[in-house]
Design a protein around this ligand. Structure first.
Ligand code: GEK
Length: 246
């Protein structure tokens, strides 16, 4: 059981920029499920996809792992021998809690793919040769000027036949589509119990730290990084997940 997200429920005199601190970590599983349409399906399917693409004796990265939901799913589904999952996040409280969750998973499930948790900035990290890389709603928090360089390093580190799974909130160049999707996301959050005040305050906190791109920008950037083939495999409202192939 984790706490329910009430971080923005009371009126705040001053709204600070959103940060992945202790308070957020405490409510994170509830927050992400109630805020990201399709999150549980994406997590479960990432495990299945990784199970298909993981090569024996290779590394699998979960970049911006938070509490390790995608890592836990991959540990259950990857059956290739000798694989190691490296779950990376730059938030110390996330990493600490992620470690505890993976220990708990170890004690409940047998025959899991081994996973190590590392605190690091993914824009600085030297990547080892790998077969699968997951960026599940992480790239949108990386400074836009650093996104292409990160994707290039991922492309270079991937083995031939390797796969990047990239999930992101989308922006839309067409104003009508943008407004419709924003309104529907609002409806989704209202249906999950968030009040108008919570939604408005969370938006103010996050608007400077989470910067979504359009699908066209993602496609162009993936191509520039070397990924000649990429496509969406899941979309719910303005949240999607892509596969990009080496
Ligand atoms: C999930 N993937 O549940 N280096 C390392 N980590 C970073 C960086 C960086 N430069 N920037 C941001 N992060 C997860 C959900 S959450 C998405 C990912 C969300 C980390 C940050 O600390 C946070 O834990 C994560 O990326 C983004 O499948 O909260 O909407």
């Amino acid at each position: 059981m984790t706490d329910s997200d009430t971080l923005f429920a009371a009126p705040l005199a001053r709204i600070s920029d959103f940060a992945f601190d202790h308070e957020v970590v405490r409510v994170f599983p509830d927050m992400i499920k109630r805020s990201v349409p399709g999150y549980p399906t994406i997590i479960e399917t990432i495990g299945l996809i990784a199970g298909q693409y993981a090569k024996p004796d290779s590394v699998i990265y979960d970049l911006g792992c938070s509490l390790g939901a995608a890592t836990q799913s991959m540990r259950r589904h990857v059956r290739a021998s000798g694989c190691q999952i490296l779950a990376i996040d730059n938030s110390a409280p996330m990493i600490e809690r992620c470690e505890e969750y993976l220990q708990a998973q170890n004690s409940m499930v047998e025959e899991l793919t081994p996973a190590d948790v590392i605190q690091a900035d993914i824009t600085q990290l030297a990547l080892q040769s790998c077969s699968v890389v997951v960026l599940n709603f992480t790239l949108q928090f990386v400074a836009p000027a650093l996104r292409l360089a990160l994707l290039k390093r991922i492309y270079d580190a991937l083995l031939p036949g390797g796969l990047l799974i990239l999930s992101e909130k989308l922006a839309f160049a067409d104003t009508h589509t943008q407004l419709t999707m924003e309104a529907m996301h609002h409806v989704f959050k209202r249906a999950n119990g968030y009040s108008e005040l919570e939604i408005a305050q969370k938006r103010s906190a996050i608007e400077k730290v989470m910067l979504p791109d359009t699908l066209e920008t993602h496609r162009d950037r993936l191509t520039s990084a070397g990924f000649d083939h990429s496509h969406i495999w899941f979309q719910s409202l303005n949240f999607c997940s892509m596969m990009a192939y080496k």
